[in-house]
Design a protein around this ligand. Structure first.
Ligand code: B1M
Length: 208
C-alpha cells in the first residue's frame, strides 16, 4: 500500500497519534505536500459519507477532524510559501453557528502564504465581531467567510449583507465552503467566491 493511501486510511480512522509520522514518511518518500493534503481531504469525504449513512457518529467525525489537523500541521512548512512582501490584511472566520475550521484554517494558511497578514477570528463568529474587527483595521483588504453547513448559509448571508450595509469600504468580501456556490455568493452580495484554499489565495490577490 502507498504511503499516501496509508495516510488517507489513518485519517479516516481517526488515528491522531499515527497520522503525523505517516505524513512525514510520505513527504520523505518524495510525495508532494499538495498530493498528501488531497488524500486527507478525500479521507474526510469518506468520513462524511459514513456519517451521512449512519455508520459513524459525531465523536468519530470529530476524531477524524483532529487527525487531519495533526497531518496538516506536519504539511504546513511545505505548503506555506516564503511570502516576503505584505499585500495587506485579511480578516477570516467561520460564520456564526458553524464550528468547522479545518477548511478555514487551510484557506488562512494559503492566504497568508500568498503574502497577506491574516487576522483569524476562529469559528462561530457573529456578524458583530466581523464588523468590530473591520472597524479596528481600517486598512483591511479582504474579509473572508467560511461556511460548511447548509444551515449556516443564512448566517453567511446576514454577515455579508451587514458588512455591505455598514458602508465601510476599501476591502472586498470573499466567501467559500462546501455548500457555497458562485450563484449563492453573488446572490448575497459577496464580491468573490473560491472553491478551495488554493483558489481562495489566488482570488484574494486578484481582489486587491
Ligand atoms: Co460536520 N458536517 N457537522 N463536523 N463535518 C459536514 C460538513 C457534513 C457534510 C457531513 C455529512 O453529513 N456528510 C455535514 C453538513 C451537511 C450539510 O450541511 N449539508 C456535517 C454536519 C451535519 C455536522 C453536524 C450538524 C453534526 C451533528 O452534530 N449532528 C455538526 C455541526 C456542528 C456545528 O458546526 N455547529 C458537525 C460537527 C462536526 C465536527 C465538530 C465533529 C467536525 C469538525 C471539526 C473541525 O472542523 N475542527 C466535523 C467534520 C470533521 C466534518 C466533515 C467530515 C469534514 C469537514 C472537513 O474538515 N473537511 C464534513 C464532511 C465533508 O467535508 N465531506 C462534515 C476537510 C476540509 C479541508 O474541507 O472544510 O470543505 P472543507 O474546506 C475546503 C472547501 O470547502 C474550501 O476550501 C477548503 C480546502 O480546500 N473552503 C473555502 C472552506 N472555507 C472556505 C472559504 C473560502 C474559500 C474556500 O473563502 C473565504
Amino acid at each position: 500500500m502507498s504511503k499516501i493511501q496509508e495516510v488517507k486510511d489513518l485519517v479516516a480512522a481517526g488515528k491522531t497519534k499515527l497520522v503525523p509520522g505517516k505524513v512525514q514518511e510520505a513527504l520523505d518518500e518524495g510525495n508532494a505536500a499538495t498530493e498528501i493534503l488531497a488524500a486527507m481531504v478525500e479521507a474526510m469525504g469518506v468520513v462524511g459519507d459514513k456519517f451521512s449513512a449512519g455508520e459513524i457518529f459525531v465523536p468519530e467525525m470529530l476524531v477524524a477532524g483532529k487527525a487531519m489537523q495533526k497531518g496538516v500541521d506536519v504539511l504546513k512548512p511545505a505548503l506555506a510559501g516564503a511570502g516576503s512582501v505584505s499585500l495587506g490584511k485579511c480578516i477570516i472566520g467561520t460564520v456564526a453557528g458553524d464550528l468547522h475550521d479545518i477548511g478555514k484554517n487551510l484557506v488562512a494558511l494559503m492566504i497568508e502564504s500568498a503574502g497577506f497578514d491574516v487576522i483569524d477570528l476562529g469559528v462561530d463568529v457573529p456578524t458583530a465581531k466581523f464588523l468590530e474587527t473591520i472597524e479596528a483595521n481600517s486598512d483591511v483588504k479582504v474579509v473572508a467567510l467560511s461556511g460548511l453547513l447548509t444551515t449556516t448559509m443564512p448566517a453567511m448571508k446576514e454577515t455579508v449583507e451587514s458588512i455591505k450595509a455598514s458602508g465601510k469600504t476599501g476591502f472586498k468580501v470573499l466567501v467559500g465552503g462546501a455548500p457555497i456556490t458562485p450563484e449563492f455568493a453573488a446572490s448575497i452580495g459577496a464580491d468573490a467566491y473560491a472553491r478551495d484554499a488554493g483558489g481562495a489565495a489566488i482570488k484574494a490577490k486578484e481582489l486587491i
